[in-house]
Design a protein around this ligand. Structure first.
Ligand SMILES: Cc1cc2nc3c(=O)[nH]c(=O)nc-3n(C[C@H](O)[C@H](O)[C@H](O)COP(=O)(O)OP(=O)(O)OC[C@H]3O[C@@H](n4cnc5c(N)ncnc54)[C@H](O)[C@@H]3O)c2cc1C
Length: 254
């Protein structure tokens, strides 16, 4: 959420994490910041239950020449600055790419936002999508639907982005300084898979128990040292609602 809150008009999203932090501090939860958790850290705690909530990693997408692209996270976190002319390719359809387009346009970049969907931000609710469209049009961002990014290759000091029309397969090219892409996230699940064989439930969740509001009882490995679960984007790239509901449904009955 802190990456999301970097975008213009979205600063208030940081209140969500601030509120959650205040709640866990109030409840006396032992918080250890600045700690990269690996298998060793978990084992040293000898826990009864482990919940992995490690989120996801940005996924650039499916096209040739990935080494020439940067992610929307690179731009929003400031790891990479927007160039003068940018093609931003959105294969996700949610808030990430329109937020990133606005962020770059505010910094003076000339942006074309391309998507294979029939409209920009297809999965965003109508009222919020309208605000993005207003801001993007105001800043001369070019909105291009129905095109898939199929290749990026360098030419002279520029990048050529090859776009393929989703309906006719006709190709066109854009010559730009930078290509930014967003295809959601892939689960950051290394820790979960490292821990799986040490757990009594092999990382499985009983959906029946979850729905019935009963404790998790799967025990396929009696030698297991703890119960293991994962929540949020560590399961699959989704959204904040998914992360909070996964956690609430799992934890409210422990
Ligand atoms: C630009 C942008 C805009 C978005 N807009 C919205 C929106 O409007 N609405 C919405 O619902 N969702 C939105 N999302 C998606 C939402 O932010 C994510 O779905 C949500 O944050 C997932 O929560 P999570 O707790 O599973 O993972 P994260 O929020 O990714 O948190 C995972 C945390 O675990 C830490 N971590 C990872 N590995 C380790 C380790 N080994 N040891 C210790 N710590 C570790 C990470 O540093 C991170 O702090 C947006 C995302 C982006 C990038």
């Amino acid at each position: 959420m802190l990456v999301a809150a970097k975008a213009p008009r979205r600063e208030a999203l940081a209140n969500i994490t601030q509120w959650l932090e205040a709640q866990v501090r109030k409840l006396g939860v032992d918080i250890q910041l600045g700690t990269e958790v690996g298998k060793g850290v978990v084992m040293a705690q000898a826990p009864e239950i482990v919940i992995v909530a490690t989120g996801g990693e940005p996924h650039l997408g499916w096209f040739k020449g990935q080494e020439h692209a940067v992610s929307s996270w690179d731009i929003l976190t400031g790891a990479r600055s927007p160039a003068e002319t940018v093609l931003l390719y959105d294969d996700n359809g949610d808030h990430q790419a329109p937020s990133c387009a606005e962020f770059m346009a505010h910094r003076g970049a000339m942006v074309e936002l391309v998507t294979p969907d029939k409209a920009i931000g297809q999965d965003i609710g109508l009222t919020k999508a309208a605000l993005y469209r207003r801001e993007l049009y105001k800043r001369d961002v070019v909105l291009t639907p129905d095109q898939r990014l199929t290749e990026i290759y360098p030419e002279d000091n520029k990048l050529v982005a090859v776009l393929t029309n989703c309906y006719t397969d006709a190709e066109e090219e854009r010559v730009v300084d930078q290509v930014v892409t967003d295809n959601g996230v892939l689960p950051r699940d290394k820790l979960y898979f490292e821990l799986k064989s040490f757990s009594s439930n092999h990382g499985q969740i009983s959906l029946e128990s979850l729905i019935a509001g009963e404790p998790q009882i799967i025990n396929v490995n009696p030698e297991g040292m703890f119960q293991l679960f994962r929540v949020g984007d560590a399961v699959a790239g989704r959204n904040l609602h998914g992360a909070i509901y996964d956690s609430l449904r799992l934890c409210k009955d422990f």
